[in-house]
Design a protein around this ligand. Structure first.
Ligand code: EPZ
Length: 437
């Protein structure tokens, strides 16, 4: 069995400038939204990651015609040829975000059937908020332990209240409501930047959407949506990861296309550690100069604009070498601390109490063989390897490939020593051509 692994070696302070790619958690739902507008949509700034390739496979399985220019990060999706609305189990099992096609399929075709997305390492990941509210919109759902079939004669506009601001539930309901006659309200909606990016493209397609304080999305249904050309927002999570890579190695980095206004709490925490953050006058661009004496900070993850759960693991790495004690609480997912035991292998001093971690700064980390448990843990372990004494070998690269577009190359360009190998049965090590994901 071929097992790819990444070897991270202690690296000099990362320095330089780097552009970030389009946001994974925006592009996947935006690709799903093209189902709503029969015709050829063009998406730009699309990251080259395995999740994007899986979403392409799913839309092609439905009958869409797609061309992905991986050099120009541009996708053409012609959804006018979509003829079926069943999500095959193999694709759903590889990518939970496949579930985001349910709203568009119900709105355009009045039916959707799919395998239920399982849980994953970070939690059970239920979909009850999606299903409860689709039923309130008049959808008939037949489900067993593994599969569901949804049908509706006519979606009905309702005032829908989410008990928790779920990103996926907000997005699924929002997309269904765009073609539902009448006024739909989503109360206690998620308003992550990626949700706002979806709202932007839907409005460009002709949807009638407004956001009202404190967190209500109001949708006036329209007859039809038009295909459009749209540039996906830059990935704030990749930006955060690269800023942390420079911070942890004591370097400096400029990210000219980063959007500081969608990262306020995270940037505040970096400044509290003592790092210098400068943002562009036009609201674009972030520059970080690391402090040589980082102070530990505590934080709690939460819905936007709180500290993003997707930066919890990489930020924890920065606390392992900071001066003092950091208390980190993960409130979004019930099991998103699996990277603790891997960091402990590297010499980090961390105590876990339920969904809380108490991190006491140490003088150094040491290289170890570690396993990535999820997308963001894979990034965290690479960052830890950049400063550890001795090499770190990381497996579980399926997660790393899912979440980032050439992050290894970007870190290498900044001075990071990050190499990728595949170890064949014969033990022959050879470098993979990283171009082919
Ligand atoms: C999206 O997941 C992101 N994924 C996640 O990024 C991100 O961590 C998460 O939002 C929170 O910001 C994509 O956009 C593809 P939720 P999603 O519904 O929509 C519970 C990454 O690493 N819940 O906001 O699945 C759920 O179990 C990934 O890029 C229910 O109980 O997140 C969780 O505890 C990981 N019932 C909480 O709500 C439901 O019906 C937040 O989930 C739905 C969710």
């Amino acid at each position: 069995m071929v097992t790819d692994f990444i070897r991270i070696s202690r690296s000099p302070a990362l320095k330089g400038a780097c552009e970030i790619s389009g946001a994974k958690n925006a592009v996947l739902v935006i690709m799903a939204s093209t189902i709503l507008a029969a015709g050829k949509s063009i998406l730009r700034n699309v990251p080259v990651s395995s999740d994007v390739l899986t979403m392409i496979e799913l839309l092609e399985y439905f009958g869409a015609e797609i061309y992905f220019d991986q050099v120009d990060n541009r996708i053409e999706i012609d959804s006018s040829t979509i003829v079926q609305s069943e999500v095959c189990p193999n694709i759903m099992s590889r990518m939970r975000a496949s579930f985001l096609v349910m709203g568009p399929l119900l709105a355009r075709f009045g039916r959707a059937s799919m395998a239920l997305p399982g849980g994953c390492s970070i939690g059970q990941r239920p979909i009850d908020y999606h299903l409860i509210n689709f039923k309130k919109m008049g959808v008939i759902i037949e489900e067993d332990a593994y599969y569901l079939k949804a049908t509706c004669q006519q979606l009905q506009a309702r005032r829908l209240v989410l008990e928790y601001p779920s990103v996926g539930a907000t997005e699924n309901i929002l997309m269904a409501a765009t073609l539902t006659s009448g006024i739909t309200e989503i109360v206690n909606a998620a308003l992550e930047p990626e949700v706002q990016d979806l709202i932007n493209i839907l409005k460009k397609m002709g949807a009638n959407i407004s956001v009202q304080a404190p967190a209500t999305i109001v949708i006036q249904g329209v007859e039809q949506l038009q295909p459009v050309e749209y540039a996906v927002m830059p990935d704030r999570l990749e930006a955060g990861s690269l800023l942390l890579a420079a911070a942890i190695t004591g370097g400096e980095i400029s990210i000219p296309n980063a959007q500081p206004h969608v990262m306020d709490v995270f940037l505040l925490k970096l400044e509290q550690m003592g790092h210098t953050i400068i943002t562009g006058d036009d609201g674009r661009g972030i520059f970080l100069q690391a402090t040589s004496k980082p102070q530990a900070v505590s934080f709690k993850t939460g819905p936007y604009p709180g500290f993003p759960t997707d930066l919890q693991a990489p930020m924890m790495v920065a606390q392992t070498l900071a001066d003092g004690v950091s208390i980190i609480e993960e409130t979004v997912f019930e099991n998103r601390l699996l990277h603790i035991k891997e960091l402990q292998k590297m010499g980090a001093k961390i105590e876990q109490h339920g969904t809380k971690a108490i991190v006491t700064g140490v003088n150094q980390l040491v290289g170890a063989s570690v396993v990535a448990s999820d997308i963001r843990a894979s990034c965290a372990l690479v960052l830890a390897g950049l400063v550890a004494h001795g090499p770190t070998h990381m497996t579980g690269l399926v997660h790393f490939d899912r979440g980032y577009d050439r992050l290894r190359e970007k870190l290498t360009q900044l001075g990071g020593r990050v190499e990728r190998f595949s170890s064949e049965i014969l033990g022959i090590e050879d470098k993979l051509d990283q171009q082919a994901l």
